[in-house]
Design a protein around this ligand. Sequence first.
Ligand code: ZN
Length: 102
Amino acid sequence: MKQYYCPVCGYDELDEPPSNHNICSCCGTHFGYHDVGHSWIELRDTWLLKGAPWFSKSRPAPSAWNALAQLQKLSDLENIRVTAGKETTRVKIDARQPALAA
Ligand SMILES: [Zn+2]
């Protein structure tokens, strides 16, 4: 089954694309609702400032789940820099552009 990743937190086991009122089990972003009027960067910052908690009550976090490792993977995928703390996220280039060239 094809899986998708969440552009907010980097969770990469979404069963449905991050749109159309799907909800990320990890950060709880409700796509098509939370991301209307808020950028994914803002939503990520909000999630990080809450301590990057696992969201879903019905779907448990994968074993050995690690929010920071997941964010590292996201930053590789999207070529963005993600650091915890204030000003958590800085976009280096268009966040939708996959990081193909080094
Ligand atoms: Zn997410």
